[in-house]
Design a protein around this ligand. Structure first.
Ligand code: C5P
Length: 399
């Protein structure tokens, strides 16, 4: 079931670490290759030798081990996997992950990876229920981290409740699910998201109110269907999802360049709120009041239309090019005209007039315009819009 899959297994320092050894065996039985990484605390519970013997591979332990860096750097190690599994995920490891700490090999790999991460938490029931841990858990879930367990039952410390690490076979099942053959498995999809910032001078810029929430949700939903997602994002309010290739950009020009560099892709979804105009000659020194009382004259130049540029490609055009249309009136007719004008296949249109509360909100009510006409979707969460759009895209791309 896991033939050819590469698992980076981070073993945390808890009594459940002994079960991680069985997990290595179970994953290998399914055909996976397992590369174990031990935290310092994990070595108090299991030895590197047992992990290495069971994995039949080198075990990684130290961020500053120069031999390891010469053979394989920690960044490469964090990317050289199909899935990162943390078992047991201790309260300490979860806190580090939730807060972006990177002060040892395990936490650095978790920060550096561009792959999905599955955690199998294990800790004392009071620690599990502690508000700090629950806060960290909520943050991790918001980041798109996958989770299996914990189970409820008798614990090594003599207490009873939730906190026992999921059994190795249940973790294997969660790994299979995480790597499962979604309909978009291995298909490259490009998503743009967020606002752009167009500089006026070194300290000022022109921006817009896009939070990046809808584009982020779409990238996450596509990744959940197995797509290999390149996520080109302007400076958004929300963090990018896990398990996608993130390309941060600032300006529209940088976004176009990043999009062109990321192609070819089977589908491209342009959810970014790109500034239509940039300042024609942004200055390299800060604009100053000159005492004359006259404001500076700022000239604008038109930005490239990224969606229209990609939609018009003669060779290497993605099979499906999807644009967005944020309208304040006549949504359907304006969006239908925009689909023609931009040359894209689909337009996801929404009414952003202030009364709808959609701009910056968590819900969206969209109309999908395709070559076959317009469909009004009921108002739903941006996450649901994203899942539905991802499913439609998978259907349209077919096998
Ligand atoms: O023309 P308008 O800005 O309404 O078009 C919105 C759609 O076009 C969105 O999909 C947006 O991502 C895309 N767009 C673009 N490059 C621009 C302007 C808009 O890709 N410069």
């Amino acid at each position: 079931m896991l033939a050819g899959k590469r698992i980076l297994l981070i073993i945390g320092g808890g009594i459940a670490a002994f079960k991680a050894l069985e997990l290595i065996r179970r994953l290998r039985e399914q055909g996976a290759t397992v590369t174990p990484v031990l935290t310092g605390a994990a070595e108090q519970f299991v030895t590197p030798l047992s992990a290495s013997a069971l994995a039949a591979r080198k075990v990684y332990r130290d961020l500053f081990d120069l031999t390891d860096e010469a053979e394989m750097g920690h960044i490469e190690l964090s990317r050289d996997a199909d899935l990162v599994v943390v078992a047991p995920a201790t309260a300490d490891l979860m806190a580090k992950m939730a807060n972006g700490l990177a002060n040892d090999l395990a936490s650095t790999l978790l920060m550096a990876t561009d792959k999905r991460v599955l955690i199998a938490p294990a800790m004392n029931v009071r620690m599990w229920l502690h508000p700090a841990n629950q806060r960290n858990l909520a943050a991790l879930e918001g980041d798109g981290i996958l989770r299996v367990g914990p189970d409820e039952g008798d614990m090594a410390c003599g207490e009873y409740g939730p906190g026992r690490m999921a059994e190795p076979l249940a973790i294997v099942e969660a790994v299979v699910d995480a790597l499962g053959d979604g309909p978009l498995r291995g298909r490259h999809v490009l998503v743009t998201s967020g606002p752009t910032h167009e500089p006026i001078d070194p300290v000022r810029y022109i921006a817009n109110r896009s939070s990046g929430a809808q584009g982020t949700a779409i990238a996450r939903a596509l990744a959940a269907l197995g797509a290999d997602v390149t996520f080109v994002t302007g400076p958004a309010d929300v963090p990018p999802p896990a398990g996608v290739r993130v390309v941060p950009v600032r300006t529209a020009a940088e976004m176009l360049e990043a999009v062109q560099a990321a192609l070819p892709a089977e589908a491209a979804i342009f959810a970014a709120a790109v500034a239509d105009w940039r300042v024609a000659s942004a200055t390299t020194s800060k604009l100053k009041k000159d005492g004359s009382g006259k404001p500076p004259q700022i000239e604008f130049a038109e930005n490239p239309d990224i969606l229209a540029t990609v939609a018009a490609m003669k060779t290497g055009r993605p099979t499906l090019v999807v644009g967005f249309a944020a309208e304040t009136d006549d949504v359907r007719s304006n969006a239908t005209a925009k689909r023609q004008r931009k040359g894209c296949d689909w337009i996801v249109a929404n009414d952003v007039s202030p009364a709808t509360g959609i701009m910056g909100g968590t819900e969206n009510a969209v109309t999908l315009i395709t070559g076959d006409g317009a469909e009004d979707w009921p108002r739903m969460s941006k996450d649901m819009v994203a899942s539905r759009l991802a499913a439609r895209l998978a259907e349209a791309l077919g096998k």
